[in-house]
Design a protein around this ligand. Structure first.
Ligand code: PLP
Length: 349
């Protein structure tokens, strides 16, 4: 085994039986029973004996459901994590630089390391905003093959300005990957401009809009780039069950949109209620989650919540800028109420 791999930790997955799960930005709402039945029927009819066929129909469905421009190329991934890895594999020779504002999505760093690229994280400001001058300096100095911009950013929730993204697109010598995992909660997208900038790649996932279990992500860009990425994609990476389920689900995308709209509407009231708790600071968020800082110590507060069977993500050791920070997904109303009640109790003790 490679020494650097032996030094890593596997991506943690919490044991969540019987818990209120606010640690992974999943949608808390179940699909309507009629839709679940339709998905089950479609899966039951899929052919397990053959490799998945050409997915032209699914391609058309995805284009239509997510407003992907007709002339843009598309690549599908087994989750957008797989597409992040494909980008590094296709673009980076050993030692080439992958760059991102930091802290951001951990897998940008992990995928770079796996393929012997050098990851450079450019620190956010102490208020967890984008430090654009530092980012542009780093791009000029490091000449990255890939720049990842999570819009909105995970785990901080911030949405970098259009002007900042345009400046990065103009300055970057390689591809700029705008990761829109949380786009449905931000009401903002770069998808319509994907062909207007030669180096723009837009990355999306269905994980945060109610389909995390499905493992499906997609990437849109100029077809010249997707043609190359397709060469690196593992053959048949989207199974027949995923294809069959998506075909039904995307015909009812309004259901997914409604669930996202409910979470989005609940975000500001929850942020205000959390910010009113003693010693709690809440950072502005455009995602389906909130980053908060507690003056009682993130470890202690997380443990106390876990004792009450509420799972949140402790990001306090991920980066010095996140000291004493916890990340909580927006849940269903009863889950948000349980979180608030528990925190009120814990923080007044
Ligand atoms: C959750 C997340 C993803 C991963 O999505 P999958 O499709 O579930 O692999 C990608 N990017 C960001 C920024 C995320 O937070």
């Amino acid at each position: 085994m490679r020494a650097d791999i032996r030094g890593l930790q596997a991506y943690p997955v919490a044991h969540a039986e019987g818990c209120i799960k606010l640690d992974a930005m999943e949608c808390p709402y179940p699909l309507p029973p009629a839709l679940r039945d339709a998905v089950a029927a479609a899966i039951a009819h899929s052919d397990l004996t053959r490799y998945p066929g050409d997915n032209a129909a699914l391609r058309a469905r995805v284009r239509q459901a997510f407003d992907v421009p007709e002339a843009a190329g598309l690549v599908f991934g087994n989750g957008s994590d797989e597409l992040i890895h494909l980008l590094v594999q296709a673009c980076c020779a050993p030692g080439d630089v992958v760059l991102s504002p930091w802290p951001s999505f951990v897998y940008f760093d992990m995928a770079a390391r796996f393929d012997h690229a050098r990851f450079v994280g450019v620190p956010l400001t102490p208020a967890l905003e984008l430090d654009l001058p530092a980012l542009l300096d780093a791009i000029a100095r490091e000449q990255p093959r890939l720049v990842f911009l999570a819009l909105p950013n995970n785990p901080t929730g911030g949405l970098w300005s259009d002007d900042a993204v345009r400046a990065v697109l103009a300055a970057a010598p390689g591809l700029v990957v705008v990761d829109e995992a949380y786009q449905p909660f931000a009401g903002h997208t770069w998808m319509p401009e994907v062909l207007a900038h030669p180096n723009l790649v837009v990355l999306r996932t269905v994980s945060k809009i109610g389909l995390a279990g499905l493992r499906f992500g997609y990437l849109a860009s100029h077809p010249a780039w997707t043609a190359e990425l397709d060469k690196v994609r593992p053959p048949y990476n989207i199974g027949v069950h995923t294809q069959a389920a998506l075909d039904v689900l995307l015909a009812h995308k309004d259901v997914l949109d409604d669930m996202a709209a409910r979470l989005r509407a609940d975000r500001e009231p929850l942020a205000r209620a959390l910010a009113a708790l003693p010693g709690v600071t809440v950072f502005p968020s455009s995602g389906n989650f909130l980053l908060l800082r507690t003056d009682r110590g993130a470890d202690a507060v997380q443990a106390a919540l876990a004792g009450r069977r509420i799972l949140v993500r402790n990001v306090s050791r991920f980066h010095p800028l996140l000291t004493d920070c916890l990340r909580v997904s927006i849940g269903a109303p009863d889950e948000n109420a349980a979180l608030l009640a528990a925190l009120t109790d814990i923080l007044s003790a």
